[in-house]
Design a binder for this molecule. Structure first.
Ligand code: GBH
Length: 492
């Protein structure tokens, strides 16, 4: 790319003063997030069954540093210490996921594993004791291995039934205390990386042009089935809410040319519309239907009814943004972008980029992108309640760094300040954003990238018994949240 975007993103820069807790309504909820396979460890304890991530990470060549989540950061044994840290920092919510194969080791839903129930009961009770709301994700990518091996996992429609049994078991056992549920985290990442590119479990890329859309279709139906069950049978009694977690990069048109403008719109349809249009408008976005034809599965009338109103809120996971240009060539090099006919541009002309570089090759720091994404959701889907359920950045790689250097994470402090200021701005713009979760409480197992990518507010010393050390960003949150009464009442 030898040209510059016509638009100057800096027009979206806002105020020079630092964001404060008072820029948000008193009942706005601030929390930190994690997921089971990334933090729990204890892979063979508590009668837990294997998941597709155990199999995938134990296959040579799949994880950059050859690691796996067998021990992870051992939250299974250290949850009390971690909850103590959350409380010290002043967070009022903790988003974590339940490992399906701890509840049903083979996924089949015939016999509940009591040890799994006990573990999550302990976590939930320990959180509530500290006045921290448990935000529970039912599926954060760790499908019981048996469901994959015996029936094809997400490629088989039967999975909807098993997911619903598992979800109901969770509502029944935990719903007296858990008031905030998320069915599935980032279906897009799990199907594109798992069934198209093959860099996530289950590591398939054999039929990218069909499997990807089929797996997503079944995740949507599983969401709809579990969420409508909750809404009709549990919501009133238990007084909670249920949502779906979607990841979205902001797509800024590369130029004002109509083909770039429509490429950017298409990109958003392939990220968010893929999952939200069926829920809000009863079918996949028109542009997906046109480009994918018969490769895109169809919804029955019954599916459509279940999907409609299957959400109390949208969980938005947002990290970064890209310029989007029209392209039939797919320099990104794979099926998924080829079908969309888009090119994602982060850097051009050698020295120009959409934003500063975070510690991961894929993450550019573009604070205004979160405001635009939130405003886009409000405008396109009639201003639904949204929680930012993940936002964060990895540390810069510092190979021989001393502990004190790793703890002084200025890059992350600035990232949070700037992104959170843009969330406040989105609220002033009129969007219904109700909460924000930092990813992640602790450094953890970053999927195919292993342990080298550290997203934590709290440093985990992998060379020293997994000891926990809050980084500057953790203390930034502590100051920011001072005096936060959370959902319990008025601000001081
Ligand atoms: C989220 O995914 C996940 O929900 C969370 O579990 C994860 O830890 C967090 O973000 C940070 O990544 O191109 O081969 O390097 C966000 C989507 C998926 C984007 C992985 C970056 C890198 C895969 N991320 N992807 S690769």
């Amino acid at each position: 790319m030898a040209k510059k975007p016509a638009k100057n993103a800096n027009e979206w820069a806002i105020s020079d003063r630092e964001v404060t807790r008072k820029d948000f309504p008193p009942d706005f909820i601030f929390g930190a997030a994690s997921s089971a396979y990334q933090v729990e460890g204890a892979a063979k304890e508590g009668n837990r069954g294997a998941s597709i991530w155990d199999a995938f990470s134990h296959t040579e060549g799949n994880i950059v540093d050859g690691s796996n989540g067998d021990i992870a950061v051992d939250q299974y044994h250290r949850y009390k210490e971690d909850i103590e840290l959350l409380s010290m920092l002043g967070f009022k919510a903790y988003r974590f996921s339940i490992s399906w194969s701890r509840i049903f080791p083979d996924g089949l839903g015939t016999k509940v594993n009591d040890e799994g129930i006990t573990y999550y009961n302990n976590v939930i009770d320990a959180l509530l004791e500290k006045g921290i709301q448990p935000w529970v994700t039912l599926y954060h990518w760790d499908l019981p291995l048996h469901l994959h091996e015996s029936m094809g996992g997400w490629l088989n429609k039967e999975i909807v039934k098993y997911f619903t049994i598992y979800a109901e078991t969770c509502f029944e056992n935990f719903g007296d205390r858990v008031k905030n549920w998320m069915t599935i985290n980032e279906p897009l990442q799990s199907v594109v990386n798992g069934y198209c590119i093959g860099i996530f479990a289950p590591g398939r890329s054999e039929n990218p042009s069909t499997d990807t859309y089929l797996a997503a279709h079944h995740q949507l139906l599983a969401h709809a089935s579990a969420a409508s069950l909750y809404i009709t049978k549990y919501k009133e009694k238990q007084g909670g809410q249920i949502g779906l977690g979607l990841d979205c990069e902001w797509a800024e048109a590369w130029s004002d040319k109509p083909e770039d403008v429509s490429a950017a719109a298409r990109r958003l349809d392939f990220q968010l519309g893929w999952f939200l249009d069926p829920i809000y408008y009863g079918d996949y976005p028109e542009v997906m239907r046109k480009k994918l034809g018969a490769r895109l599965p169809q919804f029955s009338e019954e599916d459509k009814n279940l999907l409609r109103n299957s959400l109390d809120y949208i969980g938005l996971n947002h990290y970064t943004s890209r310029y989007i240009a029209h392209s039939t060539e797919s320099p990104d090099g794979h099926e998924f972008y080829q079908t969309q006919e888009v090119e994602r541009i982060a850097e051009w002309e050698g020295d120009q980029a959409i934003g500063g570089k975070g510690g991961s090759f894929w993450l550019y720091i573009v604070p205004w992108g979160i405001r635009k994404t939130l405003n886009y959701i409000a405008q396109k889907y009639n201003n639904p309640p949204v929680y930012v359920t993940e936002n964060g950045v990895a540390d810069e790689e510092k190979r021989s760094a001393q502990l004190h250097e790793m703890l002084d994470d200025k890059l992350r402090v600035n990232y949070f300040k700037d992104y959170i200021a843009q969330v406040a701005q989105a609220i002033r713009d009129g969007t219904d954003v109700r909460g924000y979760f930092a990813w992640s409480l602790l450094d953890n197992f970053e999927w195919c990238l292993g342990y080298a990518q550290r997203f934590g507010l709290i440093f985990v010393d992998y060379d020293n018994q997994l000891s926990r050390h809050p980084k500057s960003s953790a203390y930034w949150f502590m100051n920011f949240l001072k005096g936060d009464k959370g959902n319990n009442g008025k601000e001081e």
